[in-house]
Design a protein. Structure first.
Length: 124
């Protein structure tokens, strides 16, 4: 059962990354939080856009990819509308999509620096 969950979580992360790449999300980062005590989720997937329009498009692309490829919908969404920081909660995977300046300000990667961090190469 745990192996099934881990396999699904990895598929979900990959699908989220594909959604981000589809709209040219910048500096896509996957943070594995599974080894961190009291972490609220297994993974963070983070990227940023250069405009509020791109942030909005990134969030829509992530949701579209997860719906079409995995038939999954988020449990909760926040920040839709202001497009500075959109959070999409898939329970075991949480997506953070930032406007560039907001990403620098909140520095989630720095806050969770003890996580295993994977930077995703840009796919043209």
């Amino acid at each position: 059962m745990i192996q099934d969950r881990e396999r699904y979580n990895k598929q979900l992360v990959e699908t989220i990354v594909e959604g981000m790449q589809e709209v040219k999300g910048h500096d896509i980062t996957v943070m594995d939080l599974r080894e961190i005590p009291n972490a609220i989720t297994d993974y963070y997937v983070i990227c940023h856009g250069d405009s509020s329009t791109q942030v909005d498009a990134l969030s829509k692309s992530v949701e579209k990819e997860t719906q079409e490829n995995l038939n999954d919908k988020p449990l909760h969404k926040e920040g839709i509308g202001n497009s500075q920081w959109v959070l999409i909660d898939y329970v075991n995977v949480i997506v953070h999509i930032f406007y560039k300046e907001a990403r620098e300000f909140y520095d989630i990667e720095g806050l969770w620096a003890d996580a295993k961090i994977t930077n995703i190469e840009y796919q043209a």
